[in-house]
Write a protein of this length. Structure first.
Length: 129
């Protein structure tokens, strides 16, 4: 950004020391550093905001070009033509293998009462009748 070498920095330091004096030079350097930091952050914030706006404009341009090349109406018309073909292909009268919601499924719980009838439960005292 700035083409400042070591010799220029030394020259600026000597002139600042002569003009301001050794007592106020550290405070002046600190204040100058704070102002430079504020300016750098403000510049970065403005740059970031400009980049965001440029990206938003680029995105709007891309969306506009896509809308021109492939409008939504043509996509809807294409999918509308496919819908009757898909629904007519599945309504051929084939039985569905799906069970109704809430219908019990056979499993170990359904077989448990039959197994309990074959073998009586042991008596709490440890002996059977």
């Amino acid at each position: 950004m700035f083409d400042i070498g070591a010799l220029e920095l030394i020259l600026v330091g000597v002139v600042a020391l002569l003009v301001v004096g050794p007592e106020r030079l550290p405070k002046l350097a600190r204040t100058a550093g704070l102002w430079a930091g504020h300016a750098r952050r403000a510049l970065a914030s403005v740059k970031e905001e400009i980049d965001r706006e440029v990206k938003a404009e680029e995105l709007k341009e891309i969306l506009r070009k896509q809308a021109e090349n492939n409008p939504l109406e043509s996509i809807i018309e294409e999918t509308g033509d496919l819908r009757p073909k898909v629904s007519s292909g599945t309504s051929g009268g084939a039985k569905s293998n799906r069970r109704a919601v809430g219908s019990p499924t056979p499993g170990p719980a359904a077989e448990a009462p039959a197994a309990a009838a074959d073998h009586p439960a042991p008596h709490p005292g440890g002996t059977t009748n």
